[in-house]
Each structure stands twice: as C-alpha cells, then as structure tokens.
Design a protein around this ligand. Structure first.
Ligand SMILES: Nc1ncnc2c1ncn2[C@@H]1O[C@H](COP(=O)(O)OP(=O)(O)OP(=O)(O)O)[C@@H](O)[C@H]1O
Ligand SMILES: Nc1ncnc2c1ncn2[C@@H]1O[C@H](COP(=O)(O)OP(=O)(O)OP(=O)(O)O)[C@@H](O)[C@H]1O
Ligand SMILES: [Mg+2]
Ligand SMILES: [Mg+2]
Lengths: 258, 258
C-alpha cells in the first residue's frame, strides 16, 4: 500500500483539487483508493461526501476514540473511499501535542489497512502543524502541488526542510513523488519563468503532466463530483479528465519504480 | 489609527494580494500606511522588500527582542512602510504560547505608533493560530477576502466564530469591515451563485467592489511592484488599478462611518 501525502504550506495551490481528482483517476485505473482528510477545513470531505458531516471522523481517530477503519465511508466518487475530516480536527492539533507518539498516530492507524487499499492519498492544510506532520510521517511519498506563480515558489525551501527533518528525526524513508503544476496557463509569461526555475531546481522530480487552468475544476466540487464524473456529461475537450488521467499514469509509473 | 487585519483561514484567496494593493491604493490617496506581515511565509515581505530578508523582523518584536518601530522599513511601494515577517516567525507561534499576554503583543506593539500612521494593514497566514489571533486582537476592523468559488464559502463559519470569540474573550470591539471578492470572473456561473449566497448571508457587509481576475496581479509581485506601479507602465484598461482604487475608496468610506 502506497501512502501519498499531498502537501504544500502555501495556500490555494490545488492540494485538495489534486487529492480529489487524482484519487478518481487512479480508481478509474482499478486502484483501490482511500482519501484521508487531515485538514480541519474538511474541503475534500465536503466535496466527496456531500455536506452532511459524518458523526465520527479523523479527529476521533487521532485521539484514540475510534479506529481508522470505523470512520471510512464510500465517497461520491466511484471506487474512492474516504476517512473524513470534521470540525473537531481544529482542536486535535492541540490535544495531540501532549500525547506520546503524537507524530505517528496516522501511520499506526493506517497499518491494519495495508491489504485493503492500493493507494492512500492524504489531504493536508496549508500549515506545517501536527496534523500535516502526521500526514508526512505516515507517507511513503509526498506529492507537492503548486501553481506557476511567484508566491508558491517562495515556500518550497521550508517544505524541503520539513521533509528532511522528518526523514532524520522520525526514521522515515519518505520520498518526494514529485512536484506538479496545478494551474497551467501557457499564455502567461510568468508561467514559463516559474516552470524554468522549478525544473532547474528539481529536474526530473517535476511531473511532465501539468494541470491546465480549467473552470470545470472549480465547479465540479460544488456539485460533489470529481472531474471525471463532471466532464463526462460535457462535450470534448475534457481537459480536466485528460490532465488528471495523465497525472495518474505518471504517478503509477513513478510508484512502480520507486 | 485604524488597524485592518486581512484574514481568512482558506488558502490562496487573495489575502496577500489585497494587503499589498489596497495599501498602495490607500497611499495613493495620501493615507500614511503601514503593512505588518504576520505570516511566517513572508509573501507580502518578499513582494514589498525585494528578496533580501531584513535582519530584524516581527518575530523579534513578538518575543520582545525589538520594538515594532525599530523593524519598520520603507517598502518598494510609494508611501507604504512595512514591518516585515521572517523565517523565525514560524517558531514564534510556539515560543509565544507560554508567555503572559500572548494574544496582545501586536496590539501593544502598535500603540506607540498611533500618531505615525493613518492605516495599518495586517497580513495573516491561512491558519487561525497565535499569530493570526494577535492580528485580530490588534485590529479595529477585519477584512475578509475570498474568491467566488466553492471551498472559500465553507470556511466563513469558522472565521465568524473566531471573530466572536475574540470579541467576548479579549474585550475587543473588532468590527467586520467587509467581505471582498478577489477573483471575479463574470463568465462563470459559479461566480454568480457564490456571490448570491454571500450577499444573502452578509448583505451590506459585502463590498460592492469586486477585484476582477487579472493576470497582472500575478505578475506584479514577481517584479516587486504593487499593481498601481506595474500597470502604470501598461496601456489601458488598468483593471487592477481601477479595482483596488475602488476598494480603497469604499474602505475609506466605511472607516469614516464606523
Ligand atoms: N487547474 C485549475 N483550474 C482552475 N481552478 C483551479 C484549478 N486547480 C484548482 N483550482 C481552484 O483553485 C482554488 C484553490 O484550490 P484548492 O482548494 O484545491 O487548493 P488548496 O491548496 O487545497 O487550498 P488550501 O491551502 O486552502 O487547502 C479552488 O477553488 C479550486 O477549485
Ligand atoms: N484577481 C486576481 N486575478 C488573478 N490572480 C490573482 C488575483 N488575486 C490573487 N491572484 C493570485 O492568486 C494567488 C493567491 O493569492 P494570494 O497569495 O494573495 O492569496 P493568500 O490568501 O494570501 O494565500 P495564503 O493563504 O497562502 O496566504 C497568487 O498567486 C496571486 O497572485
Ligand atoms: Mg485544501
Ligand atoms: Mg498570503
């Protein structure tokens, strides 16, 4: 079972959009996928489960009041299950702070599920606190989404330092699965400059697939649909479906060689 | 002196873009403006000060190692000063946690400057931790930017609860200056739906001004220019300049009547 944590402390760079749509694209390729929502804002949960907040969620799992298995639900996406977030996660950061083994709660919670899922995708909030650290410690791979703009580039240094710290302090073998551009607009000169900088710095770690700017990606979650479901009802071109399916192929190829 | 804290725990909704460009538009209307960067990601600092990180910044102020006045610098925007953020702010949240009066450090630091500035604008990170709480406790007004999309609407509840808590627990008279749409694309049906919901919920608190989607707003910070400086070199229409100048007028009118 691979655990891919999607992380970037810069806000609004497409973490949640990538979690939802990569999960759907992988499930369409017959992977058994579990999404774990570790963001107290519960955006992935709202998109994948309709707006009824489930009674038990990851907050209960983190404080030991429920097993991870028990909070897993079917999502609105075919072949994707979800361990949802909830409001109580906002307090979990604090209540977890004083507990022993506080960085490995998610990792330990996922271990019994190793036979049940092929890929676990973890959504995180734009803050490198205990919830995100749990996501990174539980992960075999970290996927870093960013938009090709000025501010997202500034944060990659800090993210890299956090990943190194986790490898050394938590005896983790976490690998960077790659960096993916999540709102690619080729008409913008800035886009090309940012991609050049990114490729100069990270070479082959940058995914060849770029998710093009596409308003369907904004609309689909409002209808509780992933992009494959949403665009299936629209005429070609189905850019979001193409892009996330291409990303899923690239992800699977990198997982098989890592 | 008015203190306007720009806050929204949803990431990437245009907080920093609003801080930088509203500050510039207010300064163009002869207001003496101070930007305080309370985000350890220091995005406003990078845009307004070039990339040389200043030796002393808000992290030193918060732990009592420097006065706020001593870290203020001229920014690259005309008429705008800045109290910059720095990497050390990432630790400030923790070191501040055990200190007495930990939520009022910024408020107390700003008091001596009441005669020096007309408007202070505080940038915050997408996380309601101690740094953002300091921003809200120090504020006379909170300005909430959001893009007209599905996920930003989900977070307004929690933000509202945080503001109420601050009013009651911290004897603050914090007012909501308003909600501003920061990436308005009228061709998108979703935009209209979100704005309808927002106006149904918040009525007159929603600013009439909407910042239209505009790639100049993405490019300007990469050149360390605010939108007024950047678009001055371009032919009409100067949408970013128009929109942020209109927002500045609306802000000044609301400040004078509040
Ligand atoms: N390729 C794209 N084209 C157009 N809009 C996009 C694209 N990718 C994401 N978006 C939109 O951009 C906004 C931010 O994306 P998203 O919420 O996924 O980012 P995030 O990194 O999860 O944010 P946060 O840091 O708050 O968790 C959303 O409204 C989303 O619908
Ligand atoms: N009206 C607009 N048109 C086009 N792009 C915009 C607009 N407003 C903001 N942006 C871009 O959207 C991205 C997110 O904006 P910004 O960084 O200001 O949001 P933020 O709320 O400060 O994010 P964070 O939560 O990470 O602090 C930036 O790259 C910015 O340049
Ligand atoms: Mg998200
Ligand atoms: Mg910001």
């Amino acid at each position: 079972m691979h655990v891919i944590t999607v992380a970037n402390q810069k806000g609004g760079v497409g973490k949640t959009t990538t979690v939802i749509n990569l999960a759907a694209a992988l499930a369409a390729k017959k992977q058994r996928v579990l999404v774990v929502d570790m963001d107290f804002q519960a955006n992935a949960t709202a998109a994948l489960l309709g707006t009824a907040a489930p009674a038990q969620n990851m907050a209960h799992v983190l404080v030991g009041a429920a097993s991870l298995k028990s909070v897993i639900a079917e999502s609105t996406s075919r072949g994707v299950s979800i361990a949802p977030a909830g409001d109580e996660l906002a307090r979990a950061d604090l209540s977890l702070a004083t507990k022993m083994g506080r960085e490995t709660v998610l990792k330990r919670g996922l271990e019994p599920l190793a036979k049940d899922f092929d890929i676990v995708i973890v959504d995180t909030s734009p803050y490198l606190g205990l919830l995100t650290v749990n996501g990174l410690v539980a992960a075999s791979h970290v996927l870093v989404p960013l938009s090709a703009e000025f501010f997202p580039m500034l944060g990659l240094q800090l993210l890299g330092e956090t990943i190194s710290e986790i490898r050394t302090q938590m005896r983790s073998t976490l690998k960077v699965l790659g960096y993916v551009i999540t709102s690619y607009d080729k008409r913008l000169g800035l886009t090309g400059e940012v991609i050049d900088q990114l490729e100069a710095k990270f070479g082959n770690q940058v995914f060849k697939t770029r998710i093009r700017t596409n308003s369907n990606l904004k609309v689909a979650p409002a209808h509780h649909r992933d992009i494959l479901q949403y665009e299936a009802k629209l005429p070609s071109p189905r850019k979001g479906t193409e892009d996330y399916s291409a990303l899923a192929r690239e992800v699977m190829s990198r997982l098989s060689t890592s």
